[in-house]
Ligand binder design. Structure first.
Ligand code: ADP
Length: 283
């Protein structure tokens, strides 16, 4: 299978002035394949946001290359095509919402690229349906909750029909309810075949993905399925990261009740395990 995004020996520094540069990414290589759900994690300042901005040419490498399909992000003429393939949902929903009515906001990007009216209506309807915001289509976005606004922003990106969506700390401004709403939408879109990349410092969020890439000091230090990654508790602690709180609780219960699985990482599976034990009257 051909990758959607390929990074080849990518290095990048921020230029502060003529003399000062801040090296951030150091020789990074990996590929993202169609249908993957990937979480990029790392502690503050590890370079994950800088990395995510390389995935569709918001930033470009000083050395090495980023390919979106067969398009090099350094090719200025291909910028529009690249952004069409890989869309981004940013941290602040307010900065992404441009119109005063929800459905107009979702249609905005489509109008810009000249999508015909009928097609536009169809895409707006579908996108609203996926993010479960159809009943809010005539509302002003500023009356919505943070999670609802972020779902409108997601619908705007989704309506452009990208191959892949990058969520750059897209839940970090939301309360736990809003975060859950957005996580459900990510999982739903991935189940529909959309490739998802989420940059997050929430381990519970990373646990929902199928693959985790751990960044430290601008390099990739771990890359694998969540269940594998979260086995390396000490290594994660050394990287100033934690295993999800669900894993910690599961281990605690396992130490008292050995039949209770110690290998749980997702909230839903933890709840299922508790239910199972409650039914047989152990807990
Ligand atoms: P993370 O997303 O993991 O917190 P970032 O990619 O935001 O990490 O930052 C990585 C490093 O790059 C940090 O040392 C940060 O201070 C620096 N940095 C980020 N943005 C800029 C910028 N615009 N100019 C200069 N340095 C920056």
């Amino acid at each position: 299978m051909e990758p959607i995004i390929t990074l080849e020996n990518v290095s990048f520094s921020y230029k502060i002035n003529e003399k000062t540069t801040v090296p951030v990414l150091k020789n990074i290589s990996f590929s993202i394949f169609p249908g993957e759900y990937v979480a990029i994690i790392g502690h503050n300042g590890s370079g994950k946001s800088t990395l995510s901005k390389h995935l569709n040419g918001i930033l470009m490498p000083d050395n090495g290359d980023v390919w979106v399909h067969d398009l090099n992000t350094k090719d200025a003429k291909k910028k529009r095509e690249i952004r069409k393939s890989v869309g981004t949902v940013f941290q602040h929903p307010d900065n992404q919402i441009v119109a005063t009515i929800v459905e107009e906001d979702i249609a905005f990007g489509l109008e810009n690229i000249g999508v015909p009216r009928e097609e536009m209506k169809k895409r707006v309807d579908e996108a609203l349906n996926v993010v479960k915001m159809s009943q809010f289509r005539h509302r002003p976005p500023h009356h919505l909750s943070g999670g609802q606004k972020q779902r409108v922003a997601i619908a705007g990106v989704l309506a452009m029909q990208p191959d892949c969506i990058v969520f750059d700390e897209a839940t970090s401004m939301l309360d736990s309810f809003g975060r859950k709403e957005v996580l459900q939408v990510m999982r739903k879109m991935n189940n529909m075949g959309m490739t998802i990349i989420t940059v997050t410092h929430h381990m519970s969020e990373a646990a929902e993905a199928d693959r985790i890439i751990v960044v430290e000091g601008g390099q990739i230090v771990m890359d694998g399925p969540p269940r594998e990654i979260f086995k390396h508790k000490q290594k994660l602690e050394d990287l100033q990261l934690e295993v999800p709180s669900v894993s910690q609780m599961a281990e605690g219960i396992h130490s008292q009740f050995s039949d209770f699985s110690s290998e749980l990482i997702q909230e839903d599976e933890f709840i299922d395990e508790v239910d199972k034990f409650a039914k047989v009257g152990v807990i």
